[in-house]
Unconditional design. Structure first.
Length: 478
């Protein structure tokens, strides 16, 4: 099947070439998607810019009603969207379904929050002056999203942008554009005015350079690697665009000696194995107190050995394929490097290839490495795979130092039954998010985001809509 890009309120005939999208569990071709040109991007920007002139002046109620309709359609179509997601991303079907509902929640939440964008009156210093502050949409927004959450990463940006009165162009990842394209069928059915939402596919670098040079694009919002995030920061300086970045992570998970071990195991599994560990908030290092190390490891291994690997549509499958060969090679390289430097392989450490396509169809067994140390690549580099490196510590300060020893600062997790420790450690972790006695932290109403090299800005909740608003100060003399 051949797909089209979407701008000016409808899917457009495509005259150029296409690229293929593959099923990562077997290498089958799922469809062909337009390789949009620079001129396609220019037309999309033109339409979105015109759309902004109209959309910004509509009432919040009007905008939010359309977002709510979109939410209803997504829920109606959730199974179809989830099937497409499992086909192109590989994650287990129930996880895909969970992501659709999670992603839809952003549409619902911002369809409510969009009505609560308030300004302020500030007491002036002279009797004949009035100081007013209004919140206005930043303008045309260009969003770039990754393949690991093909739906939720889009709605988390699109919903607050539209609710704020911005227009929005999305460029989904080349590996997983089909969920986005299906979503845009629903966008079309809702009947947003022309230029309000657009979807473009093609070479990320080429399309993004067009957007970066164009001063009508006022904001870039990106989820992806730290390397590309840094590049976008540089490029956006040319026209001083606003920028939100949600980049890589290297989440520590600390199990203190007073932790509820079963809770810690549940949290480890939840934060590690979703989407085969290909998640920026996935646990990348488990730090466990030496007193409970053996018990924790024994219980964890028992659970990990039960996990079924396979095609995401098969019953009971918990671990789908790794997205591509580059991904599996990175995982395998880190595991081998750790073993060579003295880590003990507790379980896993094997990969398998299915099908004839060398690049996709790779599976990696859930793996535990014990005795990981700072000289191993896995201690510092993001893994993006189903591997748990275990590190032992002796006291609380050592755990905090180990946890903070990374350029990243996205998510962190820790387990303790002590209320004082809970407060102190939550304050000391240099991370944007902390899961305390839980491994599942994402929610539409909560501010998601990182510090240090994990990014700039927050997505979700009332913090998330601020990213799409400018503050305008009006001073009146009467
Ligand atoms: P990953 O390694 O997880 O694929 P990337 O940061 O490379 O992470 O990709 C995330 C998103 O960024 C994707 O939509 C991809 O197409 C896009 N991307 C990659 N390179 C560039 C670039 N040079 N400019 C703009 N977007 C890019």
């Amino acid at each position: 099947m051949k797909y089209s890009i979407f701008y000016d309120g409808s899917f457009q005939e495509h005259e150029g070439d296409y690229f293929k999208v593959y099923d990562p569990s077997n290498g089958n071709v799922l469809g062909e998607v337009p390789n949009a040109s620079e001129s396609d991007m220019e037309k999309t920007i033109e339409s979105a810019y015109k759309g902004f002139e109209f959309w910004r002046d509509k009432t919040a109620e009007y905008r939010c009603d359309l977002l709510e309709k979109l939410y209803d359609l997504v829920i109606e179509e959730k199974e179809n969207l989830a099937k497409i997601m499992t086909m192109e991303n590989g994650k287990p079907y129930l996880e895909s379904l969970g992501e659709i509902v999670y992603g839809a929640n952003f549409l619902k939440w911002y369809s409510e929050e969009g009505k609560r964008i308030y300004g302020q009156f500030i007491p002036a210093s002279s009797e004949n002056k009035r100081i007013m502050v209004r919140k206005q949409p930043v303008g045309l927004v260009y969003g770039i999203t990754p393949w690991n959450f093909p739906f939720a990463m889009i709605t988390r940006k699109l919903a607050p942008a539209l609710a704020a009165g911005c227009t929005f162009i999305i460029k989904p990842a080349a590996e997983t554009p089909l969920t986005a394209l299906k979503f845009f069928e629903l966008v079309e059915r809702v009947g947003f005015p022309k230029g309000v939402c657009s979807l473009i596919t093609g070479d990320a670098k080429t399309l993004t350079e067009v957007a970066m040079k164009d001063s009508r694009v006022r904001k870039i919002t990106f989820t992806g690697s730290t390397a590309v995030g840094k590049l976008l920061m540089k490029q956006s300086s040319e026209t001083v665009k606003k920028i939100s970045l949600e980049l890589g992570g290297h989440a520590p998970l600390i199990v203190f000696d007073d932790a509820d071990i079963d809770k810690a195991i549940k949290g480890t599994l939840a934060s590690k194995f979703r989407n085969c560990g290909q998640v920026c908030i996935a646990t990348n290092r488990v730090l466990v107190h030496e007193k409970i190390h053996d018990l924790y490891l024994e219980k964890l291994t028992e659970q990990v050995l039960k996990m079924k690997i396979g095609n995401g549509f098969e019953d009971q499958v918990k671990i789908g394929p790794v997205i591509n060969k580059k991904g599996v090679d990175k995982i395998d390289g880190q595991v081998k490097d750790a073993i060579e430097k003295g880590a003990k392989l507790v379980c896993g450490g094997e990969s398998k290839h299915v099908g004839d396509n060398d690049d996709v169809g790779h599976f990696y067994k859930p793996t535990i490495l014990d005795g990981v140390t700072r000289d191993m690549a896995i201690f510092y580099d993001e893994t993006f795979g189903p591997v748990i490196p275990v590190i032992t510590f002796k006291d609380d300060q050592e755990a905090i130092d180990l946890a903070n020893d990374t350029p990243y600062g996205l998510a962190s997790y820790f387990f303790t039954e002590s209320i004082s420790k809970a407060f102190v450690v939550a304050e000391k972790l240099d991370y944007g998010m902390v899961g305390l006695n839980t491994g599942a932290i994402s929610a539409a109403q909560a501010p998601f985001g990182g510090v240090k090299e994990s990014g700039i800005g927050r997505e979700g909740g009332h913090f998330g809509i601020e990213e799409y608003l400018e503050t305008k100060y009006v001073c009146l003399e009467i």
